[in-house]
Design a protein around this ligand. Sequence first.
Ligand code: ADP
Length: 257
Amino acid sequence: MSGAILVCDNVTMRFGGLVALDGLSFDIRHGEVLGLLGPNGSGKTTFFNVVTGVYRASAGSIDFEGREILGLSPQAVCRAGITRTFQRSRLCLGLSVFDNIMIGHHRALNHGLGFNLFRRKALARQVTESRELAHELASSFSPTLGRRLDEPAGAVSMIDRRRIEVCRALVSRPRLLLLDEPSAGMTHEECRQLMDDILAVRERMPGLSIVIIEHEMGMIERITDRCVVLNYGRKLCEGRYREVASDPEVQRAYLGA
Ligand code: ADP
């Protein structure tokens, strides 16, 4: 694990008079699991939205694999190799598990007419590969899910729905995966299970970098290599979970003192 896959430099995001990200700078390294921590309202989700092109930053730059990505559309960011999950489920419950996963494949496609006309064979190959990967991912996350690919997503359990969302984010083979509170609304045991799944994914996709926003600190300690703590849209500190958790400034920020 070495070098940065993404370099965030002086990124500022204003909503009118509110500064949600305030000159934020930090790196995400190749192959690491990075915990993005901070009290509510510290700018974690805004950071994900800025990276993925949902919000346009007011200033700064984000370099991903040597390329400036600020200003790209969400689809272009996805094509560049960054995908995400959302705090609130975005599954189409009436569609099959398989089709829900394949939405991740379609998001990453270049839909330009010229591109599609001239690269039909390549596109067909990509579809076949993604379909195979969708099967593989679902089965490796959970054999039961792998057997229920044709059922509506609404028929599977909460944890399987979360797994579908992670599979959807992975089916386009990203190099950077952003997970926004994947364990929200789940029991402690489900949460532990999902984190094990995420660790297994990491083994399966060597080189994949993961950034995770999560309030379950036990999970953060277990799965992250490093953490960055935000407060008021700025980086408060970074380091291994134990180091940041024992930092008095971090404790003050969480306690609101
Ligand atoms: P976190 O994810 O750390 O809880 P957020 O990134 O959601 O924090 O929010 C950071 C700040 O930006 C908050 O004060 C929030 O109210 C504000 N904010 C986020 N999105 C918007 C928006 N679309 N419009 C106005 N304010 C926003």
